[in-house]
Design a protein around this ligand. Structure first.
Ligand code: HSE
Length: 437
């Protein structure tokens, strides 16, 4: 049989999944590909330590054994982070090797340089596993929806954050317990602040923006908030109001430019996003011809992510077989527009507010005046005062209001003497409103 030789950089969580799928599904893969995929070497930090799934003689701690081996046609990068992954991937591309990676940080931050080098060498970089684990969302945007115009992408793209919020909502688990469980299951990044701080979701949103809108944005320009401010109180209050708190990443095309946001939001209980549980991810795409389409599945973990990596390997091997006499098509993202997301000031949302006040006469009026003088109208109000002088969590749902007006109003509210802590605010978002569900 025809054979393609590959080398793996890294044998951690995802690497183990990749090796396992290549072994367990070998016969199916050979049949579908019309050829075999052979792993020649696996780069690890300590080759003297045996791995469950990899034969000892394949292990090496010398990257040159993979990067400089002319027999290796595809390099699979599973180290994560920017360095040394970037140096290795650049080296592989410059030697005209195709690359498959699951590394969203690398693709989001260094995509420009990598795509340029790939185009120069006539090779490809596949990175399906970098966004939403096993869900073939990049393939859907690149192929299935290739003829459509994407208007909006709304995603739950961080499995760890969804797992934590879902556990807190469904079982009343504490934040720390839920995080520990997510880490144990292998969903979380090595540095979990990337998950719970929203950075991982922002990197994924940058890649979804690249595929969906053909635009390159800097991750630093994406307004990003993680889940660490969400308290059990907010989850409970949202529940009473008919909402669930989810961590959303959203990209919206507007005439004035792209809106990009990553933040916790209240979504209606009956909506699609409210039904995404555990470490599952979901991406709701709105495109002109198709309307809404939903991509849902396991967005993290060694096997789903490993599966996406192996599918990328198969796709590349197919093109290598098909184009062996010529050259595979160069990567399409070498020439894309750099864009800055639009400022969020005039974005309108309903909002959930939780104002921490002391229960003193007139405080409700003063809070309402701060809001009202800045044009913020109150839609619902809920509070549970425990008696004069005690602290009260005043939960307010606002009518839709511009971001800039809300920010000004909250600044005034937080300056009031009786307000004890910065006001909690989450946007209320309905990504699939009922009238067109
Ligand atoms: N840490 C990520 C998550 C998985 O929790 O979704 C890899 O993207």
């Amino acid at each position: 049989v025809r054979k393609i030789v590959i080398g793996l950089l890294g044998a951690g969580n995802v690497g183990t999944g990749v090796v396992r799928i290549l072994q367990e599904n070998q016969a199916d893969i050979e049949r579908r590909l019309g050829g075999a995929v052979a792993v020649k070497k696996v780069l690890v930090r300590d080759p003297s330590r045996s791995r469950e799934m990899v034969a000892d003689e394949l292990l090496t701690d010398n990257p040159a054994e993979i990067l400089e081996d002319p027999e290796v046609r595809v390099v699979v990068e599973l180290i994560g982070g920017i360095e040394p992954a970037y140096t290795y991937v650049m080296e592989a591309l410059s030697r005209s090797k195709h690359v498959v990676t699951a590394n969203k940080a690398l693709m989001a931050v260094k995509g420009r340089e990598l795509f340029a080098e790939a185009a120069r060498r006539g090779v490809s970089i596949n990175f399906e596993a970098a966004v939403a684990g096993g869900i073939p969302i990049l393939r859907a945007l690149r192929e299935g929806l290739a003829s459509d115009r994407i208007e909006k992408i709304t995603g739950i793209v961080n499995g760890t954050s969804n797992y934590i919020l879902d556990a807190m909502t469904r079982t009343g688990a504490r934040y720390e317990e839920a995080l520990a469980q997510a880490q144990e299951a292998g969903f979380a990044e090595a540095d979990p602040t990337l998950d719970v701080g929203g950075g991982d979701a922002a990197q994924k949103l940058a890649l979804l923006t690249l595929l969906g809108f053909g635009a390159r944005v800097s991750v630093d320009d994406i307004s990003t908030e993680g889940i660490t401010r969400v308290r059990p109180f907010d989850i409970q209050a949202a529940d009473e109001l008919g909402y669930v708190i989810k961590h959303l990443a959203q990209a919206v095309r507007t005439p004035e430019g792209l809106i990009l946001r990553v933040h916790p939001a209240l979504v209606p209980k009956g909506s699609i996003m409210a039904g995404v549980h555990g470490a599952y991810n979901a991406i709701l795409v709105e495109s002109r011809a198709m309307g809404r389409s939903l991509y849902h599945g396991r967005g993290a973990g060694p096997m789903p992510t490993g599966m996406a990596v192996v599918s990328d390997i198969i796709e590349l091997c197919r093109s290598v077989f098909a184009f062996d006499s010529g050259r595979p098509p160069p990567e399409a993202f070498a020439r894309v527009e750099d864009v800055k997301p639009r400022p969020l000031d005039d974005e309108r949302h309903e909002n959930y507010l939780c104002v921490h006040v002391t229960n003193v006469p007139g405080i409700l009026g003063r809070v309402a005046t701060c809001l009202g003088t800045n044009g913020v109208s109150i839609k619902r109000l809920q509070q549970d005062p425990q008696g004069p002088g005690t602290p009260v969590d005043m939960v307010i749902v606002t009518e839709a209001i511009d971001e800039a007006d809300l920010t000004a109003a909250l600044q005034r509210v937080d300056e009031l003497d009786a307000v004890q802590a910065p006001t909690h605010r989450f946007r209320i978002v309905d990504p699939d409103p009922l009238e067109s569900r």
